[in-house]
Design a binder for this molecule. Structure first.
Ligand SMILES: *Cc1c(COP(=O)(O)O)cnc(C)c1O
Length: 422
């Protein structure tokens, strides 16, 4: 399918070819990124992109829904089985919209939400100041403990008692440890708040049983579909039956028009893939790889926030190395290792030039890399950090990275024959 594009739009085809080569020829350590399967890619590029399906199965506003109804019902059933949830809404365009819909389903504008501070690992949509979630709702943030980098439940409980939020949000975008959703549920009950759990990053670990699921404790669970879950870019909401109507109304017509049916279709495919022993093994390997990478980095004298990792993600605190996060991330990118610079808890530096770099292993694990390769990646990172101003060393590391990439090709990727040299 992709090769036909060369005929119709050579300019865009060439750019896709370049991006394909970049994705194959670099090590992706951005913890929110992954590589989808050929099956997900095909569903996502299918004729379902042509169909409007405003509404829900059996209750649509346009005709011609003979097939879309079946697809959406299949996606809903797969989501309910996978996450052991009473109800699933598979229409949110992204994790951000899913979060806004979750709040809108539970509370009124102007009421108080309380989520993890962005600079301590929370997401923008958890009520951070520049996000509309902090303008539609009154927003309070909780930090992590400055010394340990861990969630501090005494502090969270105190803040909840003081501010009496109507919604508490548990979940993170840069937290390397297990999140205890049960305690969050207790705190929410104590203050009469609803609990929204955002598992955008860890959904794949949750369905594999490696991270405890928030489904028994949360009123609504929100997730993306494209991070560890390894589907197309999208969002999803899971909830108890009591909230089902409000959740559906909040997504459509509350926030969205027609669902992106091609994405929804590909989400269904990804959930079937996630419901296999192979996926469980994959998710386990993500964590093993993150632990191997973390341990080797510690050996090289890197400080890691919370001292290591229990999940797919690592946050390096670079203050002892005296290298700004941005500088390391840019040097690593020149060495074909793609990361992102990130604030660390209590970071005194500004967000545009923070002291941290965030790493994750979902994408390299999809390529089949295991602990020895994770350690090799730590070697590369250390070499770049030690030679941060030496371009010839950085270039040499880039060559070694390319060799490693060629040994672990991107599975089922759009290979453009003869032109995809990496
Ligand atoms: C990525 C992420 C989101 C947002 O997802 P988008 O699809 O980018 O809108 C929401 N919450 C958390 C915790 C995330 O990590």
């Amino acid at each position: 399918m992709i090769n036909a594009l060369e005929q119709y739009d050579p300019q865009i085809f060439e750019l896709i070819r370049q991006e394909s080569a970049r994705q194959s020829g670099s090590i992706r350590l951005i913890p929110s990124e992954n590589y989808v399967s050929r099956a997900v890619m095909l569903a996502s590029g299918s004729c379902l992109t042509n169909k409007y399906a405003e509404g829900y199965p059996g209750r649509r506003y346009y005709e011609g829904q003979q097939v879309t109804d079946l697809i959406e019902r299949t996606a809903q059933e797969r989501a309910k089985k996978l996450f052991k949830a009473d109800h699933a809404n598979v229409q949110p365009y992204s994790g951000s919209v899913a979060n806004l819909a979750a709040y809108a389903a539970l509370i009124e504008p102007g009421e108080t939400i309380m989520g993890m501070s962005l600079s301590h690992g929370g997401h923008l949509t958890h009520g951070w100041k520049v996000s509309l979630t902090s303008k539609f709702f009154n927003s309070v943030s909780y930090p992590v403990n400055d010394k340990t980098g861990l969630l501090d439940f005494d502090q969270i409980r105190d803040l909840a008692k003081k501010h009496r939020p109507k919604v508490i949000i548990s979940g993170a975008t840069a937290y390397p440890r297990v999140i205890d959703f049960e305690i969050f549920g207790q705190i929410a009950k104590e203050v009469g708040a609803y609990l929204v759990s955002d598992i955008a990053h860890i959904a794949g670990l949750v369905v594999a049983g490696i991270h405890k699921s928030p489904v028994p404790y949360a009123d609504i669970v929100s997730t993306t579909t494209h991070k560890t879950l390894r589907g197309p870019r999208g969002g999803m909401l899971l909830c108890r039956q009591e909230h089902a109507k409000n959740v559906d109304k909040a997504v459509f017509p509350g926030l969205q028009g027609g669902p992106h049916m091609h994405t929804l279709t590909a989400i269904a495919v990804a959930m079937a893939e996630a419901d296999t022993p192979e996926f469980v093994a994959y998710a386990k390997q993500i964590v093993k790889n993150a632990k191997a990478l973390a341990e080797k980095l510690l050996e090289y004298g890197f400080n890691l926030v919370t001292g290591g990792t229990d999940n797919h993600l690592i946050l390096i605190d670079l203050r002892n190395k005296d290298i700004p996060g941005k500088k390391l991330a840019k040097a690593l990118d020149r060495a074909r290792i793609v990361t992102n610079y990130n604030t660390i808890p209590g970071d005194p530096a500004p967000p545009m030039n923070p002291n941290g770099v965030r790493l994750g292993t979902p994408a390299v694990t999809t390529r089949g890399m295991k602990e020895p390769e994770a350690e090799k990646i730590a070697d590369f990172i250390n070499t770049v950090a030690q030679n941060i101003d030496n371009e010839s060393v950085i270039e040499q590391v880039g060559k070694e990275v390319l060799l490693l990439c060629s040994q672990f090709p991107v599975p089922e990727h759009f290979i453009i024959p003869g032109r995809n040299s990496i």
